[in-house]
Structure formats: C-alpha cells, structure tokens
Design a protein around this ligand. Structure first.
Ligand SMILES: [Mg+2]
Length: 264
C-alpha cells in the first residue's frame, strides 16, 4: 500500500484534473493525535488555518466525518464553511445539508437508559468514561488499566444484550472504545455518499481516517473512484489503498493540497 506522499505526483495530477474535490477527514487520530481525554484532543492552529484556507478555495469542498457528537465536533474543529458529520454521520450540517437520520432520534431515550445502566455497571473500573453523545454512546477505556479491557467489553455486551437481541442497538469497537449505536444501516460510508450527492455527485472524494468505523468510508470513496487514506502503521489491515503514518503527515498533505489549488 503506497504512502500518499511517495505517490503525490500522480495523486496530485488526479486531484488537479477533477473539477471539484471533496476532502473529508475523520477527526481523532487523523487530524489530531488521540488524547487521553477526548476534550484534550485539540486541533493545532496550523491545521485549522490550512483547513480554512482549503475550504475557501473553489476547487475544494472540505468536511469532517467523526464519531463525536455534532456540537462537540464543531467546537473542536471550529472552522467555518466546512461540512460537519457527527455521530458517525447520523447528523450532518453544512454544504447545503441540515440532516439528522430520521430514525435515529427515536433511540435517544434508550441511550439515556443504557448510559445510566453502564455508568452503574462500570462504576468500579478506574478511568472509565461513558459518553452519551445523544445519538450514539461511547465507552472510553483508554485511561483504565489494560487488565480491565475484557471486563469493559463483556459488561457493555451484557448490559446491552436485550437491546441488541431486539434489533434496536448494535455494538462497534475502535481504539480503546466500545460504542453502542442504533441498529441502523448507516455509518460513515452512507454519510460520505450523502455529502457527495449534495455537492452534485460528480466530485472526486478523498477520505482520511484511522479506525474501524472509517473502513466503510474508505470503501465508499474508492467505489466512487476516489482516494482512501489510512492513517497509521503499514502493518494494520485496511481496505484503503493509500496510507500516511501520523496526523502530522496529514497536516503535511493539507499544505500540499493548498499548493495544488494555487497555480502560482
Ligand atoms: Mg479516528
């Protein structure tokens, strides 16, 4: 799998030939290193300025597609003029969209119930964080001793079993997180398709991500003839056909993209 910067001459030609490039980024682990506490994963001022500059160029449409709740995501990124997709795409704002998945809101009360249940069941796990993001729920165990990882997973599975068996909820996993989500056929892949449709359907989509829930986003952009970029070590398995090592390298690519847009 080629490193994106190594093949930049050919990739940049593809991007330069497209009338509109849809640049989409996951947030945590992609635009910014994953932090011990989600609130500490702040975006660098340099990355913010580069995103803002790209968003101001006619050649590009720029969006962030994250598992964070939408208000949280908008606050962390804080660049006007972007498309923001939160809760793995269940809510999308910007680029002509003001979307909440019509079936997602029906799960809010259930998620409150599950949150309370998990807070009780996981109370003895040091460092645990149960984050109800309104449309999905994340249990973070990054700050818990490694020896608790299996217990956390088992507890989430057991506590949500009746909702999962009833077809209401599903469990997904990522880096030191277990998530409880409405059992809808919707995720980052569908969200990316929706964003792409809203900007005319002919754009060249590019998506950068680092985790399990980004994989369907990679598939979606590659199916549309676009470019998927996995951020992380070469040894990890992914459907993405390109990679970068770190969020810092994603920052370098933001700078390369800005040069592309400026013919001078
Ligand atoms: Mg991520």
């Amino acid at each position: 799998m080629p490193h994106l910067i190594n093949v930049w001459p050919s990739v940049s030609r593809r991007l330069a030939d497209a009338p509109l490039v849809l640049l989409l980024f996951d947030y945590d682990g992609t635009l910014t290193p994953i932090a011990a506490f989600p609130d500490d994963a702040t975006l660098s001022e340099q990355a913010r300025q580069r995103l803002s500059a790209l968003a101001g160029m006619d050649r590009f449409m720029v969006g962030i597609v994250s598992g964070r709740g939408l208000p949280d995501l908008e606050e962390m990124v804080s660049v006007p003029g972007l498309v923001y997709a939160g809760n793995h795409g269940l809510e999308i704002k910007g680029g002509g969209l003001d979307f909440v998945h019509p079936e997602a809101t029906a799960f809010e009360a259930l998620l409150v119930e599950v949150t309370e249940l998990l807070e009780r069941e996981l109370a003895d796990v040091p460092g645990i964080l149960v984050d109800n993001k309104k449309l999905t729920l994340t249990v973070h165990f990054r700050n818990s001793p490694d020896s608790y990882a299996a217990q956390v997973d088992d507890t989430v599975v057991a506590a949500t079993a009746r909702y999962v068996e009833a077809g209401q909820m599903k469990i997904t996993r990522g880096k030191k997180v277990v998530e409880v989500r409405p059992n809808l056929d919707w995720g980052k892949g569908k969200a990316i398709e929706k964003i792409r449709e809203s900007c005319g359907g002919s754009s060249l989509p590019v998506f950068f991500g680092d985790d399990q829930t980004d994989e369907e986003g990679f598939a979606a952009v590659q199916n549309a003839g676009g470019i998927a970029v996995f951020v992380g070590p070469a040894r990890e398995s992914t459907v993405a056909l390109h990679r970068l090592d770190t969020p810092a390298e994603v920052g370098e690519v933001l700078a390369l993209l800005a040069q592309l847009a400026d013919p001078a």
